[in-house]
Design a protein around this ligand. Sequence first.
Ligand SMILES: C[S@@+](CC[C@H](N)C(=O)[O-])C[C@H]1O[C@@H](n2cnc3c(N)ncnc32)[C@H](O)[C@@H]1O
Length: 345
Amino acid sequence: MLYAFELSGEHDVLPRKEVLSCLHIAGLEFREHADFDRCLVIDISGDHSDIDELLAGVAGRLAMTHHIVKVAGICAVEADAIIETAEKLDISAHITAGQTYVVRAKRIRDSGGVRREEIEGRIGGSIYRKGFRANMKSPDVVFRLIMTDRAILGSVVATVDRGDYEHRAPHKKPFFHPGVLMPRVARALVNISGIRKGEVLLDPFSGTAGILVEAGLLSAHVVGIEVRQKIAHGAKMNMDLFNSDHSLLVGDACRIPVKDSTVDAIVTDPPYGRSAAIRARSLHHLYSGSFSEMYRVLRKGKLAVVVSEMQVSDHAREAGFSLVDIFTQRIHGSLTRTFTVMRKE
Ligand SMILES: C[S@@+](CC[C@H](N)C(=O)[O-])C[C@H]1O[C@@H](n2cnc3c(N)ncnc32)[C@H](O)[C@@H]1O
């Protein structure tokens, strides 16, 4: 069965990687069917109701997806083709007798002559003629048309509560310090790290605990290390508000007080060297020392995800990691963020 993930446009690569990682964590058997502009279509094997239930859990983890849609048909972005798809759809896979519906259309790309309200009305009419009643205010089923490189029609199986991330914006937390990743980026990286409920996630440069809060909300046991006492204290205030199961230590990322091979995932955002935030002989020492410590404490086969303003692949390889993925994000002017995903083989 095909499922479409309507992705946010906040990054070229992160939303897609996040989806694939979360499907893997959920234990779903899947393969990529199509990769459209801001819409990833995945073929998932198994029983429909089991899949829908697992996808509701996936939506609870995701940060950079808007909706997950069970696909009824994919066609050209042309009114006639869309209506033909609506007429032909196997309605029983999406709505049952007595349930009400609404149709919502989303235009991601220029959709030629297809007007949103008009196409919503025409698809709605087609479903009405199959014997269902529309309900604009509280429908049982939301049919969704995503108009991107192709038109994808289906029913929404889960919606990501993106507003929740706004409530955790850095300036709304009890302790704020500049240089924090936004919660949605932090959550996407935590997802990409592959961490599961009950496992241990480490951030050796925890700062105000932006990454740890997101991992803690997924029921990971989180461990943070921060060299500055005042910031570590603030991190604890933030953690106390959102999560219970955490350990925050004042210490040096180049000497992590954790046993060898005991950590299941690392996600971290080391200092970039533009401020007084570095506590080491040099940026080079900080990166080489902390990378070899990250390698030591991580379990075999597990991932570390590092956000940096410079290429860190040499440090990663020297520490023993193999590189899984590197992607970048242009923030502004001269500032480009690099995301490096590496594995301890
Ligand atoms: C870019 S900030 C991390 C921001 C963090 N993601 C957050 O949510 O606030 C890097 C942090 O590393 C800390 N730091 C610098 N040198 C360190 C060291 N040797 N060991 C541990 N932490 C260090 C800094 O004090 C700073 O808080």
